[in-house]
Design a protein around this ligand. Structure first.
Ligand code: ZN
Ligand code: MN
Length: 510
């Protein structure tokens, strides 16, 4: 949906995103303090530099610069050969210097794009800066506390062009960006922990009364543009979508009611599901940006860019595409299996083991791979994930090696175990690891395929349940389920279900 209608007037929705992400470097942006303050006492991961003691000098973190170039290249950006840091001046208790070292007119990366549903969303810039400390407001107390552990953490800020037209696309953009940050292993980008923070600039305009050109929104004729509202304090993708949707509706209603919209910053209230005014927005002039005098400009030459570029592997979108083409996974399966670096690696190891096994049996891999990939995806997504989710574990903690998982798939594929026995084997492998063939033998779970044995069991059960057998002959075919249940329990769930059904029908019809 890119257009809202109200009272017969049509509106265009204009959304731009600003996303901050903390880089997971070892040390902070301008000093050698530990950048991981998780679980540390407040104000223990600090030094005179990040506390802004007089006379200290900032020394830029090379890793942070390289990672900013890396994410820029991954998002199809151009890299400024000459970049620099600037001071953004403002006062806030969590900002010890009284200014933030950021980048103003020469960001490291600019002019890129990230695809959402196969459509490029243009990225204006990605620059590098430092994070602030954290203010803590103890409940019921008349004071606030400040923790500077986070002060000086490297922070990258991505800004999109104001060309997003609906809340769902804004959410997907942020999700895809998070996926790439994690793929490149440069940020945990957890929104709940504040490692990734999204802000959305939103305005609505009467349709066709404005145009977007040269990076700016311009009115047509003497038509006035509505001011934009900046949404802040959103800590999940779900709330990002909700807040943007709420704000679009609020602005349209305001215009319809003849209320004047003002340029302001609004926050999101999770409990009430509304946005609320926080402050009237500063313009960049208020920040009085000027070049950081203590850090020389950054020269980024092509050789350095090429070296970093060589490190970018396959990105999520490419991997998803390849999973579909190469392994014939469905779109849904590919998005899940290729969407996470560790899971993608595991899946590929499993498939590669299966390929080796099929080749060893002398069969044709190309002919069998669809069925095997399907079985792999099914067991991974529908069974293994459920177990991992129950225990809140990541695939990294999985005790089942790719080799053993492939062997497990091969067992089910060959029909050596039926699906209920397979579930038992998988649960055991999940708990203690181990070889599935061995587990199958130890637990006596090998599928019962012997016709004579099964016929004997079936005959006994029919004899014990004569009334039900009569019902079947009278046309009540749903008693089959009753018999199958009896047979399965008599064989401890090991009987081949297909064969059981076939033999049972034959015996009952005698
Ligand atoms: Zn420090
Ligand atoms: Mn910023």
């Amino acid at each position: 949906m890119n257009m809202r209608t109200s009272n017969g007037v049509k509106y265009d929705v204009i959304i731009g995103l600003e996303i901050h992400a903390e880089l997971a470097t070892k040390s902070k942006m301008f000093c050698s303090c530990d950048n991981d303050a998780q679980g540390k006492e407040p104000n223990t991961a600090v030094c005179p530099i990040c506390l802004a003691h007089p006379g200290t000098l900032p020394l830029p973190n090379k890793q942070a610069i390289e990672w900013t170039i890396l994410i820029g290249l991954a998002l199809n950006c151009r890299i400024n050969e000459l970049s620099k840091f600037d001071r953004k001046n403002y006062f806030y208790p969590d900002l010890p210097k009284g200014y933030q070292i950021s980048q103003y007119d020469l960001p490291i990366a600019y002019d890129g794009f990230l695809e959402v549903d196969d459509k490029p969303i243009l990225i204006t810039r990605i620059h590098l800066e430092e994070d602030t400390g954290k203010l803590i407001h103890p409940a019921g107390k008349a004071y606030s506390l400040v923790d500077y552990n986070r002060a000086g953490t490297p922070l990258i800020e991505l800004v999109t062009e104001p060309i997003i037209k609906d809340a769902a696309t804004a959410k997907k953009f942020a999700q895809n960006y998070q996926q790439i940050l994690r793929f490149l292993d440069i940020s945990n980008a957890d929104m709940e922990k504040g490692e990734m923070r999204c802000e959305a600039n939103i305005s609505i305009q009467e349709k066709s009364k404005w145009k977007y050109a040269n990076g700016q929104i311009k009115p047509i004729g003497d038509y006035k543009l509505n001011p934009k509202v900046e949404l802040k304090n959103i800590n999940s993708f779900k709330y990002l979508e909700k807040a943007v949707d709420y704000e679009i509706e609020r602005q349209i209603k305001a215009v319809e009611n003849g209320e004047k919209l003002i340029q302001e910053t609004r926050g999101w209230n999770n409990d009430k599901s509304i946005t609320f005014s926080q402050r009237v927005k500063e313009t960049s002039a208020d920040y009085r940006y000027f070049p950081e005098p203590d850090i020389p400009p950054l020269k980024i030459n092509q050789a350095w860019i090429d070296k970093i570029k060589a490190r970018i592997g396959e990105l999520p979108a490419q991997k998803i595409k390849r999973f579909k083409e190469e392994y014939l996974f469905s779109d849904y399966e590919s998005r899940i299996l290729a969407g996470d670096q560790d899971l993608a690696k595991y899946t590929e190891q499993v498939v590669s083991e299966l390929r080796a096994w099929i080749k060893a049996t002398g069969d044709n891999w190309e002919r069998q791979k669809h069925k095997l990939a399907k079985a792999t995806a099914n067991w991974l997504i529908n069974e293994l994930f459920k177990l991992l989710k129950t225990d809140n574990l990541s695939i990294k903690k999985l005790k089942i090696s790719a080799e053993n998982f492939a062997e497990f798939i091969a067992l089910t594929y060959q029909g050596k175990v039926n699906s209920s026995a397979a579930q038992t084997i998988l649960a055991e492998m999940y708990k203690n690891g181990g070889d599935p063939t061995q587990i199958m033998a130890d637990l006596g779970l090998e599928q019962l395929d012997d016709k004579e044995t099964l016929e004997k069991v079936i005959a006994k059960i029919i004899l014990k349940n004569k009334p039900q057998a009569e019902q079947y002959k009278a046309g009540k075919t749903n008693v089959l389920q009753f018999f199958i249940g009896q047979i399965m329990s008599a064989t401890k769930g090991k009987a081949n279900p297909k064969l059981v059904l076939e033999l049972l029908k034959a015996s009952l019809s005698k």
